[in-house]
Design a protein around this ligand. Sequence first.
Ligand SMILES: NC(=O)c1ccc[n+]([C@@H]2O[C@H](COP(=O)([O-])OP(=O)(O)OC[C@H]3O[C@@H](n4cnc5c(N)ncnc54)[C@H](O)[C@@H]3O)[C@@H](O)[C@H]2O)c1
Length: 320
Amino acid sequence: MQIRVLTADDVRTALPMDKAIEAVRLAFGQFSSKNATVPLRTRIQTEKGVTLLMPAHLHHSGDFAVKIVSVYESNPKLDLPTVTATVIVLDPDTGMPLAFMDGDSLTALRTGAAGGLAADLLARKEAETATLFGAGVQARSQLIAVMAVRNIKQVNLVDPVFEAAEKLAREIESHPLAPEINIIQDPEAAVKEADIIMAATTTKTPLFNGDHLKPGAHVTGVGSYTPEMQEIDKNTVNRSKVVVDSRESCLAEAGDIILSNAEIYAEIGEIVNGDKPGRQSEDEVTFFKSVGLAAQDAAAAAMVVKEAEKKDLGKVIGMS
Ligand SMILES: NC(=O)c1ccc[n+]([C@@H]2O[C@H](COP(=O)([O-])OP(=O)(O)OC[C@H]3O[C@@H](n4cnc5c(N)ncnc54)[C@H](O)[C@@H]3O)[C@@H](O)[C@H]2O)c1
C-alpha cells in the first residue's frame, strides 16, 4: 500500500480555483440529488479540546474522503494553531487510503469555490464591482474565486483590522487579474454600488443594512455558523432569492437563515442540476448562504489527488 502526502503548498498547486469550482459544482449536484452519503459529523471531546470527523462519499464521481478538524484552545501555548484540519482520501473501489493532505488549504479552496460557483450561477454577468467583508483566510479565497468567474474591476474591502486589509490588498496586487482595491470603513458606502458582496468574517452581528443594496446585487455569506450568529441582516434576506448549500444544515446552524425566518428558494445543487433556475431578472437580489459540507471536501480532495498524480506533487510513502 502507498499513500501520497500533500502539504498546503502541494494542495494549492494541485488545485487552481477554476478546478476547485468545477469540483464543488459536481459535489453540490450530487448532494442535492441525494447521490451522496454524508453522515452527521462525529464529535469527540477530549480533555484539551474537540475533534470532529467529517466523512463523505459521492456516488457518481466516487469521491471518498474524511476530514478531521481539531479545535484545541490551549495549542497556542505550544506554538501550535488552535484549529487544524487534515484530510484522508480513500479509494472507493478498495476502501484503501490514497492520500493524506493539509486540510486548512483545502477548506479555504473549497469554501472560496462555493462562493465562486454561487456568483457564477447568481450574479449578473456584467458584475464588475465587489465588496469584501473580512480580510482573513476565507475572504482571500472568496475574492480569488469571484475573480475567476466575473471580470471584477474594483473591490471595496472592509475589515476593522486595517493591517489585515492592507496585507490582503498588497497580496491581490500581484494577481494577474488584479482589480483596484479600496479599503473602506463605512459599510453603507461599501455596499451601495456593489454588484457582488462577499462576507467572510467572524462577526456575530450583521455587517450592513440590506436596504442599502442596489437592485440586482448578489450576496454570499460564509461566516456565521451557529443559530445565534448573524452576519447578513434580515433586510438583505427578506429582499433576496435565498439559496443555500444545504437546507438541513442551514436551518440547523445558520443564524442568517434562522433569525430572519428566511424562505429558502433552493439548494445550490438544485440550480446546478437544472431543477430550479438561478437568477431570473436583472433586478433581483440574490443571497447564497454556505455553512460548508463534507461533500465539498471529498470532491475537492479527490480532485487534488488526481492533479497531484499528474503533476507528481507531494511524497509517496510505502506503508507495507
Ligand atoms: N462556510 C464554510 O464552509 C466555512 C469554512 C471555513 C470557515 N468558515 C467561517 O468563515 C469565517 C471566517 O473565517 P477565517 O478563517 O477567514 O477567519 P479569520 O480569522 O482568518 O478572518 C476573519 C476576519 O474577519 C474580520 N472581521 C471580524 N468582524 C468584522 C466586521 N464586522 N467587518 C469586517 N470584517 C470583520 C476579522 O478582522 C478578520 O480579519 C469564520 O466564521 C469561519 O468559521 C466558513
